[in-house]
Design a binder for this molecule. Sequence first.
Ligand code: PHE
Length: 344
Amino acid sequence: MLQLLKKYIDEAKEAANLETLESVRLSAMGKSGAITQALKALGKLTPDERKTQGAEINKVKEAFLEAWSARKLALEEQELQKRLFENPVDVSLPPVMTRVGRIHPTSKVIDEVVQIFSQLGFTLEEGPHIETGYNNFTALNIPEHHPARQMHDTFYLPAQDANDETLLRTHTSSVQIRTMQKQKPPIKIIVPGKTFRSDSDQTHTPMFHQIEGLYVDKHVTFQDLKGCLSEFLKAFFELEELPMRFRPSFFPFTEPSAEADIGCKRTAEGVEIGMGLDWLEILGCGMVHPNVLENCGIDSTEYTAYAFGMGVERLAMLKYGTPDLRAFFEGGQRWSQQYGFNPY
Ligand code: PHE
C-alpha cells in the first residue's frame, strides 16, 4: 500500500501545470483522497500495527506535502514568467495623461498654501461647515446686532427653539474658537475650508473657500505677523521681492486689525503681481482680541496671538489668471481642462 501512496509524490513532482497539481492533491489529500483514507483506516488496526504503519504513512504524507508545495511555487513562477512574456510592459513609456481628471485651481491653491505654512511650523486643522452662532460670531467678539449676523448675510438653519442659532459658517475663523477651546497654547494652525454667505453676483458666490491662520503663544507680536505673511506671500507668488504693506482695518475679533496689500502693476492685459506702483488687497489679519482669548479660557495677560484669513479663489485668480469666479463652481469640463492642473 505504501508503494501505492508514494506514487502521488512523483505525480506531484511531475505535474505539468497548476490544474494537474490540484487534481493530484485532491486524489491524495482530499476528503476521499488515498492518503487521507489510509490515515483514517489506522483506527481499525491493533495498537502495534497502528504505531508502525501510522509512522510510515505520516512520512509519506509529509513528503507529499513538501513535493506538492515546491511544485506549486515553481509552477506559479513559471506562469508569471509566461504571462509577462506574452504581455510585455514597457516601463519606460510615459503615463497615460488624458484619462484622469484635472486638479481644480481651488485644490491646487489650498495644497500650496498649506505646504508653505507647514514649512513655517503651522499644522493643519479643520472644522465643520455647520456651526453654532456662538463659535461663528459671539465668541469672536461679534455683537448681537452686528450686520454680519443678519438673515440676508448668513444662511441660518431652521431653529429648534428660541436659543438655537445654527448656521453655515461665514468664515473659517470659527475654527480658531474650536481649536483654542480644546487645545492649550502654543497653538499654530492653518485651516482651509468651505465658507458660506448669502451673496451672489459677479464677484461673490454663496459658497467659497478661505484659509485661516492662528498663532497663540507667549510674546507673539504684530511684527511676527508681518514677517510671517511677507514670507508666505513671496513663497506663494514665487517672487524674490514682493512689496507688502499693512493698511489699518477693522475686524471685531482682532485689535489692531489690518489688511495686507501686495505690489502690482495694472496693464491693459490685467494685473501683474510684483514691483509696480499699484497695490492689491490680499488678506485680512490682526492681533487676536483679548476678549476672544478669554472666551476660550486663555489668559490674555500671559498669551498673545495673531490671526489672518484669506480667500482661496481670489488667490487662485491672481496667481493663475483664472478669470471668472462663478466658473469655479460650475463644474464645466472645458473650463477644468483649461484652468485645472495636470495631476502628474
Ligand atoms: N474672518 C475674516 C473674514 O472673513 C478674515 C480674518 C481672519 C481677519 C482672521 C482677521 C483675522 O473676512
